[in-house]
Design a protein around this ligand. Sequence first.
Ligand SMILES: O=C(O)CCC(=O)C(=O)O
Length: 295
Amino acid sequence: MELTSNGYPVVTSSAQVGRLTPSSMHTSIDGLREQLKADGYIWLRGFFPRAEVIALRRRFFERMKSTGILAEDSDPGEGIFSGRRDPTGQTTKLLTEFVRTAAYESFCFQPRLWQFYEELLGGDVYLHKRKIVRQTYPNDPKTTDAHYDLIYLRGGTDTVLSSWIPLGDIPLEMGGLTYLEGSDSFGRQMEAEFAARNANLSPEERVSAYNKNMSATGGIGKDLRALVNRYNTRWLVADYEAGDMVVHTSYMIHAATQNVSSENRMRLSTDIRYQRIRDEIDARWQNHWTLDDML
Ligand SMILES: O=C(O)CCC(=O)C(=O)O
């Protein structure tokens, strides 16, 4: 299957695509920390009970029922697209409402998760209030462009870690997250270059993902082929399942591929960020996420 992102093919040859390597359930926390350092990511299969994740997906799409985006007579838990986008803006309202619900927030705050991060980061941890839920429609060419997270989080520590959590199964055809292999070090180089270029800007501009030295979206490219060619590496993809979690560093370059679900399923995922409480916290991320918060 040809992978596309933002309307472009992801690669020019099949040798430029690889598979994400899952971490073994038996790897010690020290081992996971080493993997994260070496690879820029760890893919933890079955980290959450599958039923808990599926229930959250169902809850989300049940709330969306009134907008008409779900196929008639379909089970909301399946998240099958009706083919009709909601013209009233109600979906945006419900999405921003969902990230504020106790049900969603308590999922993100569950002890299994924060205790894991306490172990991984070796200290008390903090969860950023700005937590994102992303819903994508089948055959929508618009996807997340390539970036590393620190671009948007420069006001805090670079040891912040992101959790990308599929809310439901996200097989390859549903357009999950793709990582540029070995790119933690490329992200570090890029950030050093941006820091040098941004040095003369005001403190506020210096941390901005949208200052004059950055792109309009803050990202580093919509055409993923340019990056894979430039670094002579591969885009890593996976068939993600409900219950999985990927953790990535703030320098790891990633993007999303297009959802071309043959069953017309909408993709749902969340991405949230934990860090050590003692490290610098980016003050701009201390409000609930809205689609137009420009962060
Ligand atoms: O889910 C996506 O499309 C993008 C997620 C992302 O950029 C992240 O987890 O940092």
